[in-house]
Design a protein around this ligand. Structure first.
Ligand SMILES: *Cc1c(COP(=O)(O)O)cnc(C)c1O
Length: 376
């Protein structure tokens, strides 16, 4: 059967840029790259392989299924599924594939114990709650956790994790300090019994900007993909050298002259103030562009920015290319990234996110999931 694609738009993933970002984040022995949610839309297997090629020793995935896929692709790194086991099958697959499941409550401990093969130790990671009110053991739970684990030598606690709520907000530093202190206290009590447990607290922001959150292992996600968690803050310089890994292109389908006073696209939210040249581009909300960006985003054509005009459609959008008279059908338009002309700036996921009052993570996940991907 021939492959069926519903759009000619394309996500371009720059794996060498990913590898350079990884190298910028420090020694690979101290890193657990986070590749959950299909590597933030960049593709689980290509991203994992490319990081393995430059020395990654561990991976944090979301589901056990993602971890199993990495094993089936031949990857031998330590793999921590951050969601732990969600059903009975997950627990058995985690054990069968020697994943390091994340245990966040008493029931997880019991499930992990139950799925262990008696002849084989299962390495596990413990999740501690220090200020997200999400998943994990609290300080009060630790004595019972220790008692449970001491009685089950086939469960080997390899790692202790917690997650920072606002490390990317320098003005909230006191909260991060408090989380770090709570984490340290929990780790201290666990490591009396299990001195070899490695500690992991930092996300990208912690790793880049707050050395006291690094411990043995940091878990960078967004920074790998080029997002600076401190963009727009006093700590902006900490992530300034990162390179975006994803860019998104779509072809120009036609270029037409439109007379002054003509409305463009659905709902008539844009009317040409003068005679204009309008390019029709094959991308829309079905390919990951939020429709609320209508009339408020730029696209890059021939390395230059032009404004998008009118409602973004399902698979089409229009741009005012009056300033670029040489634009032709078949030209590549770049919605994110792409080659820039001298003195011009590419459109970034961050810029789109700001416009939508969200974060670049959401833009990347959506663009990556909703467009075909190509790797270079
Ligand atoms: C997603 C995630 C990370 C990575 O966070 P970034 O802000 O992308 O660096 C780290 N740890 C956990 C538990 C996560 O869920």
């Amino acid at each position: 059967m021939s492959e069926c694609t519903f759009t000619p738009s394309m996500c371009h993933i720059d794996l060498p840029a990913l590898q350079r970002n990884f190298a910028r984040l420090g020694k690979s022995a101290a890193l657990m790259p986070v590749i959950k949610s299909d590597a933030y839309g960049h593709g689980l297997l290509p991203v994992a392989r490319s990081l393995a090629d430059v020395g990654a020793r561990r991976f944090a995935v979301g589901t056990v299924s993602e971890g199993a896929a990495l094993r089936e692709a031949g990857l031998t790194q330590e793999i921590v599924p951050l969601l732990g086991g969600v059903n009975a099958e997950d627990w058995h697959r985690a054990a069968a594939h020697s994943l390091v499941p994340l245990l966040a409550d008493r029931e997880d401990l019991e499930k992990a114990d139950f799925c262990c093969r008696p002849d084989k130790t299962l390495r596990v990671a413990l999740k501690c709650e220090t200020g997200m009110a999400r998943l994990g053991f609290t300080a009060e739970d630790i004595p019972a956790v220790l008692e449970f684990l001491r009685a089950r030598p086939h469960l080997a606690p390899a790692l202790v994790l917690s997650h920072l709520a606002c490390a990317d907000r320098p003005l909230d530093l006191a909260y991060t300090h408090a989380q770090t202190e709570r984490f340290t206290a929990v780790c201290d009590s666990l490591r009396v019994a299990f001195p070899d447990m490695e500690r992991s607290l930092a996300n990208s922001a912690g790793l880049l900007g707050l050395p006291e959150t690094r411990f043995e292992v940091s878990r960078p996600g967004i920074a790998l993909y080029g997002g600076n968690p401190f963009a727009g803050t006093a700590l902006e310089n900490c992530g300034a050298s990162l390179e975006w890994v994803m860019s998104v292109s779509a072809p120009v389908l036609c270029v037409q002259r439109v007379k002054a006073g003509q409305s463009v696209s659905y709902g008539r939210i844009f009317t040409t103030p003068a005679d204009m040249t309008i390019a029709v581009i094959a991308a829309g909300y079905a390919t990951g562009l939020d429709r609320r960006l209508s009339n408020s985003m730029d696209v890059l054509i021939g390395g230059r920015r032009v404004p998008q005009v009118g409602r973004i459609c399902m698979g089409l959008l229009m741009a005012d290319v009056s300033s670029l008279p040489e634009t032709r059908r078949g030209d590549e338009a770049w919605l994110i990234g792409g080659p820039v002309a001298h003195g011009q700036r590419a459109v970034t996921a961050r810029e789109m996110a700001d416009e939508l009052d969200t974060i670049s993570y959401e833009i990347l996940c959506r663009m990556g999931a909703m467009n075909p991907r190509t790797y270079g």
